[in-house]
Design a protein around this ligand. Structure first.
Ligand SMILES: C[S@@+](CC[C@H](N)C(=O)[O-])C[C@H]1O[C@@H](n2cnc3c(N)ncnc32)[C@H](O)[C@@H]1O
Length: 277
């Protein structure tokens, strides 16, 4: 029997509002997101297919068009601008795009949804997408859209969060109450199926653990809030709760304090490279 298509209910109006509201301060809380995006940038195709270090190449030699999907504040747009002749930045949140517009990247910015892309079939040479696809309602639909708009031979480089992300926080919350306080993400094999069901036959998926360390739990919670990524699944967010619950959460999290005195917080990240045949 075929496995059910993964689905998570996402209120996209609220999601766009939340990310938009965080946009002005996002970069100050996005150390992890910047590291992941840099790792993805380093995997951009080299040589004849467009490269970050393409400054020395003739513009006409570059691929025609590339997209940063879920571009957020546009942190990666200036680098990506060297990888194609025409760069698009697309995001669900107008507030994020307003920040992206302040960068000198020459990118054409579009407000849109990864699950219903405003591009013609087979119109893009490459797509870069860092830490945005995990917010989609139907991952298969998103990958099918990405497959549809890529030219044959075109590449999708993406990063997304996997199910073990922030497991310490999820476990600590469990000692406080039963609500879902931490977003749910796909496991690697579910993601692999979603990619294949979306139409991609050629894929490299790598699962990496990113270890972050914080002096106190409040700093981790402030980072999550600061980038607009507090709980979004099912609209059941219980918020951070009152002082007493936060205190219990803090006590429960202490078991993850490491010998160096810092609290561990880990993310499981998938870095993927897909080729449209
Ligand atoms: C964690 S931020 C990452 C931003 C940027 N790529 C970075 O690495 O700094 C996720 C971004 O994805 C956008 N996003 C979420 N769901 C989306 C969707 N369905 N379509 C397009 N963008 C989406 C959010 O608005 C937000 O700007």
């Amino acid at each position: 029997m075929a496995a059910a298509e993964p689905f998570q209910r996402v209120d996209k109006v609220q999601l766009a509002r939340r990310f938009g509201a965080a946009a002005r301060h996002y970069d100050a809380h996005a150390r992890f997101q910047q590291e992941v995006g840099q790792a993805l940038l380093a995997r951009m195709p080299q040589g004849g297919e467009g490269t970050v270090a393409a400054g020395h190449r003739h513009v006409a030699d570059l691929p025609e068009s590339g997209l940063d999907l879920g571009c957020g504040t546009g942190f990666f747009l200036p680098d990506l601008a060297g990888c194609c002749q025409r760069l698009y930045g697309l995001d669900l949140a107008p507030g994020m795009l307003a920040q992206a517009a302040r960068r000198d990247s020459g990118a054409l910015l579009l407000c849109g949804d990864a699950e219903a892309l405003p591009f013609a079939d087979q119109s893009l040479d490459w797509i870069f997408s860092s830490l945005a696809l995990q917010w989609c309602e139907r991952p298969v639909q998103a990958f099918a859209e990405l497959h549809r708009v890529l030219k044959p031979g075109g590449q999708l480089l993406f990063s997304t969060l996997l199910s073990d992300s922030l497991w310490q926080l999820r476990e600590a919350w469990r000692t406080v109450d039963e609500s879902a306080h931490v977003n749910r993400f796909l496991g690697l094999s579910q993601l692999r199926h979603a990619v294949a069901d979306g139409g991609f036959a050629l894929m490299e998926l790598e699962s990496l653990t990113w270890q972050l360390a914080y002096g106190e739990l409040g700093s981790l919670l402030r980072d999550l809030k600061g980038i607009g990524a507090s709980q979004v699944n099912d609209g059941r967010s219980a918020g951070l709760g009152n002082r007493q619950r936060l205190q219990r959460l803090g006590e429960a999290y202490e078991q993850y304090r490491q010998p160096d005195g810092l609290l561990a917080a880990s993310y499981q990240v998938c870095l993927g490279r897909l080729i449209r045949q």
